[in-house]
Design a protein around this ligand. Structure first.
Ligand SMILES: Cc1cc2nc3c(=O)[nH]c(=O)nc-3n(C[C@H](O)[C@H](O)[C@H](O)COP(=O)(O)OP(=O)(O)OC[C@H]3O[C@@H](n4cnc5c(N)ncnc54)[C@H](O)[C@@H]3O)c2cc1C
Length: 383
């Protein structure tokens, strides 16, 4: 793996950093308090090509490699995890799945819209009764002539109330577990699809998280993506790459924690000198720095494997597990450096900690990542 970035990757990172400094960071605290990111951000992300990274240009994407995608995702995560999540889901989970699994008609219909930001995508896997055990989902899609009629409830859906299309997973067959699951691209204005925003989240407050209730939602058979019974493969392949995206966002949180802690330690004085002079404060900062580097290198490794066509699924779980736990540790250590001031929303570290906390939960909890890594190494499935 070559750790030197290409000119193009360096330029991409600079573009993302400038964008975040201008359009995201100054508003992040305000959006957090208001429980809503300004929706205009979607068009701005699209205009810069950030919603089409790695998607082929002939479908409206901006092309590029996965390391470039990781660099942009880290910068967005550094500025605001709620904004980063919009991209990770609409592009990372939905558009990339359409590019990988969609029919020519589905690609031509959805990809240009998703890549430009004209449309937003959401990923509907989790249900009230099935989170980690997604293969037991109960939403049903019943074939009726040249259509499917879908009923069920999805919960915790990122971008849920903003989205124009949901990549939805539903049971079409009678086979138990993952074999009976199919994937559908369901327009969110379909009659019978109701959305309810979920409030009161610890973090990611700027992000629209929703419950989706489907009552006899009728979609043409052409809305099914990939063959019947292949839906779980679609979901798992999306999440394998999605975990790299979450890891990159976590590197961004950890880097933001490091920047804030170093700055504050050089300003705050106690015992007649700046707290940077106290060795135990330096320990907190060095612990954050080691976590940032380790999480970043593990995340880059995933992108490198994808770009070189190597297996990457276990590596993606390793990166997601480490980077998400590291983001929580780093934000906590940064808050410690800030002392009591870190506990108020006058400074950004409290929000970093709240936003980091969900990273060990979604796209597979830390426990589930450990089982996936253990399965890859031993060949034995604990599920
Ligand atoms: C803010 C937010 C956004 C989200 N966005 C999306 C989205 O866009 N789309 C989507 O589909 N989902 C989304 N999710 C759902 C998320 O992926 C699930 O919450 C997650 O998979 C965990 O499921 P659960 O909450 O039902 O927990 P559970 O599965 O009930 O787990 C509870 C606890 O039990 C542990 N556990 C479960 N099974 C095992 C096991 N076999 N061995 C050891 N421990 C186990 C877990 O690790 C956890 O600690 C989101 C969630 C949140 C909070």
């Amino acid at each position: 793996m070559d750790l030197a970035l290409t000119e193009e990757q360096t330029a991409m990172r600079r573009l993302a950093r400038d964008f975040v400094e201008r359009e995201v960071a100054p508003y992040a605290a305000e959006w957090d308090r208001a429980e809503g990111v300004d929706r205009a951000i979607v068009g701005k992300l699209g205009a810069l090509g950030f919603l089409g990274l790695t998607v082929p240009e002939n479908y409206g994407g901006s092309g590029g490699d996965h390391l470039g995608y990781v660099l942009v995702t880290e910068e967005l995560g550094r500025g605001d995890s709620s904004v980063r999540g919009i991209v990770s889901v609409s592009l990372g989970l939905v558009a990339k799945s359409v590019a990988a699994w969609g029919s020519e008609e589905q690609k031509r219909h959805w990809l240009p819209r998703l890549c430009s930001g004209e449309a937003v995508g959401c990923f509907g896997l989790t249900e009230p009764g099935t989170g980690s055990d997604a293969a037991r989902l109960t939403t049903r899609a019943v074939r009726d002539g040249d259509a499917y009629v879908i009923s069920g409830t999805k919960t915790f859906i990122t971008n849920g109330t903003w989205a124009d299309v949901v990549l939805l997973f539903a049971r079409t067959g009678s086979e138990p577990g993952h074999r009976g699951i199919s994937a559908f691209l369901v327009p969110t204005d379909a009659p019978g699809l109701l959305r309810r925003e979920i409030h009161g989240k610890l973090g990611l407050r700027g992000q629209a998280t929703a419950e989706l209730v489907l009552e006899d939602v009728r979609v043409p058979a052409s809305a099914r993506m990939a063959p019947e019974g292949k839906g779980f493969s679609v979901a798992m392949s999306a999440l394998a790459k999605g975990r790299m995206s979450v890891a990159a966002g976590c590197v961004g949180i950890a880097q933001a924690a490091l920047d804030a802690a170093v700055r504050y330690a050089g300003e705050r004085e106690q015992f007649g000198r700046t707290i940077a002079h106290h060795q135990l404060v330096q320990e907190l900062i060095s612990d954050i720095a080691v976590d940032v580097d380790a999480a970043r290198l593990l995340t880059w490794r995933v992108a490198d494997h994808i770009d070189r066509g190597l297996p990457f699924t276990a590596e993606s779980s390793v990166a997601k597990l480490y980077a998400s736990e590291a983001a929580v540790r780093c934000a906590g250590n940064a808050l410690q450096v800030f002392g009591g001031y870190g506990y108020t929303d006058e400074y950004p570290v409290g929000k970093l900690l709240r936003d980091a906390r969900v990273m060990t939960l979604y796209e597979g909890t830390s426990q589930i990542q450990k089982l996936l890594i253990g399965r890859a190494l031993t060949g034995v499935s604990a599920f």
